[in-house]
Design a binder for this molecule. Sequence first.
Ligand code: UAG
Ligand code: ATP
Length: 514
Amino acid sequence: MSQRKSDTLKTYADLMEASGLLMEAALYGQEETHPDVLTYDSREVKANTMFICKGAAFKETYLVSAIEKGAVLYISERKYETGKDVPFLLVSDIRKAMAILANAFYGSPWKELTVVGVGGTKGKSTSAYYMKAIVDDYMEETGKPESAVISSIDIYDGKSRVESHITTPEAVELQRHFRNAADCGITFAEMEVSSQALKYNRVDGMLFDVGIFLNISEDHISPIEHPDFEDYFTSKMRMFAQTDHAVVNLDADFADRILEAAQAAGDVTTISQKDENADYYAYQIRKDGHETKFSVRSKEGEEDYCLTMPGLFNVENALAVIAAAKILHIPDSCIHSGLLRARSSGRMELYASKDKKIIAIVDYAHNKLSFEKLFSSIREEYPDYAIKAVFGCPGKKAYIRRKDLGTIAGQYAQKVYLAAEDPGYEPVEEISGDIAQYVQAQNCPYVMIEDRGEAIRTAIEESEDRTVILVTGKGNETRQKYGSEYIDCPSDVEYVKKYLESYDQIHESTCRRK
Ligand SMILES: CC(=O)N[C@H]1[C@@H](OP(=O)(O)OP(=O)(O)OC[C@H]2O[C@@H](n3ccc(=O)[nH]c3=O)[C@H](O)[C@@H]2O)O[C@H](CO)[C@@H](O)[C@@H]1O[C@H](C)C(=O)N[C@@H](C)C(=O)N[C@H](CCC(=O)O)C(=O)O
Ligand SMILES: Nc1ncnc2c1ncn2[C@@H]1O[C@H](COP(=O)(O)OP(=O)(O)OP(=O)(O)O)[C@@H](O)[C@H]1O
């Protein structure tokens, strides 16, 4: 929440009228009041606040509290009996209204930034951080501040850098972050654009200078996300209508339909690892130790690139941001240097025992597409290593993952360790039992160990010879959702480091005794 000298209540009422959303207004002589806070959370309300009443779990007591704390206007889809002449605007669609108000209140700050949006089912965070690495090398070269980033990992807007708990924030926070960035002299922002963001109007009213669309596979189907795949897909396609330059991956499933939707953008640039006619075509993808090298052919000629972050599937993400960087005329030197150092926290973070027998990779894969890409890539990158898997599934959502992940892990792994992964209101052993049936169907041994630390420790300790242990689904997150609470806990990265260190101590002492 930030404070600004904004327009008057009358201006906001006229804005709602002009947008066709206004059903009723009463300003009770406060027309010329200048509110200087906009929020939808009563806990943030202070004197002179515009308060938005929204949410499935919204309660009238929140409005009562907001008024007591100094709200000078409330915007809502229904009228409340406040017992006082509190100015209000009744609107037909609070989410559309919230985005319009946020853009007006913060002065459409996205216009002062070059904004790259990344959409798709898998690779959004990784691609956003690849883009950030490239852009920040360019910012350093030109003496400008590092770019802002809005992702499911963290949010940096020039004023603060915080761990994120949502992929794309609500319009009020989103435009506030852009306003903070612009006010700090930042000129670039990368962000993830989730399907819910597009469905729930969080990014309404703004344009993406470049809109990357990576891939689509079934995910986020549940009562609180998308009722079905069609709703998920059509929500994601909405990004193109607010995109100047679209980057489309021709290797994605449903590429024809994506390309058709992309015509809504100003122009379309294509990428591929299969279709040589793509604007940017990647080929000769090869491993060199932990590094991934590949060549790219475009109308400008041919160039070689190198990723030091493992995962052959990351070539897709790198190719997308190479195209975006070229569209934005970022120098090639920054593209190469950015990709060389690019990391995405909790994505393909590789740790090894000193004897190199145990490789543990912490990754964020948690759906069918990312599991297929991850396990097949690791099989190809480490052909003479056994694979073990440590993971779980969240409670009360995306149920299809239990079959998908259990089947895929069971196909590739020597053993599977099923642990807690944001169980929410569901007992962990029920979730693990659901997954286990599919692991068992692949004749793969498994064990259920609720505590992730214990599961990781056991997997490492039980590994005698060359083994890659894939610890997936939580990345660097430092909390687990139990019930409605988020309980702090060590991250998978911390557990892996801790138990590899123990493994090294045990094996070093064993070697010394021999
Ligand atoms: C289904 C969904 O997207 N819900 C989001 C939505 O909830 P909501 O608008 O229904 O609000 P609510 O939290 O249910 O209702 C409580 C309302 O009362 C207000 N309140 C609450 C307490 C109080 O004391 N005073 C007060 O005023 C709250 O500010 C809120 O507006 O707005 C909330 C913020 O206001 C989000 O936290 C919440 O995300 C929930 C946690 C969620 O799970 N969202 C997921 C589905 C999501 O959005 N995921 C996507 C994609 C993820 C991916 O790509 O993997 C994402 O972009 O993260
Ligand atoms: N281009 C890709 N195609 C398939 N899988 C990928 C791709 N990029 C990354 N992955 C896998 O998906 C996992 C999640 O990657 P990332 O966090 O970048 O995607 P995301 O779209 O932000 O995911 P989410 O929407 O779940 O936050 C990675 O840890 C990796 O296992």
